[in-house]
Design a protein around this ligand. Structure first.
Ligand SMILES: Cc1ncc(COP(=O)(O)O)c(C=O)c1O
Length: 371
């Protein structure tokens, strides 16, 4: 066995989810529950009927690369089509960081896979924590102060999982300016934009890539289109970085699924805006916030994505894992302990559940925490 792999603990999110019994309310997994449109699948099936299902080029179907490039106003050579954004995150770390010398800086609370991918690759990683007292507000000064001589990549998620915070324009500007001032030593910024289409602030901030040259971006259709199982994402960046990523991608995956790429092509060239599902989440969010206010639960109102951090009362503040387990036992509601993300003292609620389930789940969480 690989000792590096053995040393990495399994996913707390999936561990709790595995305990879910029939009838339990799921406020745990970040898995959209709305049904995706079927038309892109019909168009993809027609492509397969006409042309079979061969491999595409490693970096992706040229038509899909062009369609993604058009959406991002970049060149097709700046796009690598991947197996979800999870693979894109791995590719960026694999391609750009030297395990012997470089360090990844993670802004926490953070999606747990970032650190685990780095560990898997033998890349050192360090965390810079946002302040819980501000509701984990994006803070460029904190991030800049944490950059060390070995920091070669900063991982920025906006909207962020688990906090739902979105980096506003002024903080993105400050971060870009501060990094640019580092000259040749300036690190890469890997921006996880998997929740890009689910931003509830108006106006929406401009993307970070427009402000900083050494930017890589990951995204997928998983969250915006309720297509987690399609496993279709992409990595964007300067051509040389993408060429390096494609090299790693081809040895592991050859290419993303041809069928999934056809589905993605139909979506990316279709008439619907990419954020067509956003109104659904806006309505969910409004219901969530109204109920949280009436229940008196202390929380961070999400600017984006579909998570909400709830602050635990003192008796649970030191052990969110025990709290999530006790909550599941007592009230049959699945949640995710903040400890999974480096946010002890908090509980992450996912609010994708059907409305009545969400309302019942929130009532039960409040009853338990008041307990
Ligand atoms: C912040 C974040 N990044 C990346 C992913 C990976 O998503 P996918 O590989 O389905 O695109 C997830 C999934 O939950 C996520 O929450």
């Amino acid at each position: 066995m690989n000792p590096v792999l053995e040393a990495i603990p399994g996913s707390l999110i999936r561990a709790l989810n595995a305990l879910k019994r029939p009838g339990d309310i799921d406020l745990g997994m970040g898995e959209p529950t709305i049904r995706p449109a079927l038309r892109p699948f019909e168009l993809a099936a027609a492509q397969i009927a006409a042309h079979g299902c061969p491999y595409t080029p490693n970096a992706g179907d040229p038509a899909l690369r062009a369609a993604i490039a058009a959406r991002y106003a970049c060149r097709p050579e700046q796009v690598c089509v991947t197996v979800g954004s999870q693979e894109a995150l791995w590719l960026a770390i694999k391609a750009m960081l030297d395990p012997a010398a470089d360090e990844l800086l993670i802004i926490s609370p953070a999606y747990p896979a970032y650190a685990k991918i780095a560990q898997l690759e033998g890349v050192a990683c360090r965390e810079v924590g946002l302040d819980p007292a501000t509701g984990f507000a994006p803070d460029a000064a904190r991030v800049l102060a944490a950059i060390g001589p070995r920091t070669r990549m900063v991982l920025l998620a906006t909207p962020a999982n688990p906090t739902g915070r979105v980096w506003p324009d002024d903080q993105l500007d400050r971060l870009a300016e501060g990094l640019q001032a580092l000259g040749d030593a300036r690190p890469w910024v890997l921006v996880d934009e998997v929740y890009r289409e689910l931003v509830y602030l108006t106006p929406r901030p401009r993307p970070f890539a427009a402000r900083y040259d050494r930017t890589l971006v990951t995204n997928s259709l998983s969250k915006s289109h309720a297509l987690t199982g399609l496993r279709l994402g992409w990595l964007l960046g300067p051509e040389a970085a993408i060429a390096a990523a494609v090299k790693a991608h081809q040895f592991v995956n050859t290419a993303a699924s041809t069928f999934s790429q056809h589905v993605a092509h139909a979506i990316m060239t279709g008439d619907e805006p990419l954020d067509a599902q956003r109104p659904h989440y806006e309505a969910q969010r409004a219901a969530l916030l109204a109920q949280l206010a009436s229940l008196g639960l202390r929380h961070v109102p999400p600017d984006g994505a579909f998570y909400c951090m709830v602050q635990l009362p003192d008796r649970w503040a030191a052990d969110s894992v025990a709290c999530a387990h006790a909550l599941l036992d007592a009230e049959r509601v699945v949640t995710v302990p903040g400890a999974a993300f480096g946010a002890e003292g908090w509980l992450r609620l996912s609010w994708v559940a059907e409305r009545a389930q969400l309302a019942a789940g929130l009532d039960r969480v409040a009853r338990f925490l008041r307990g």
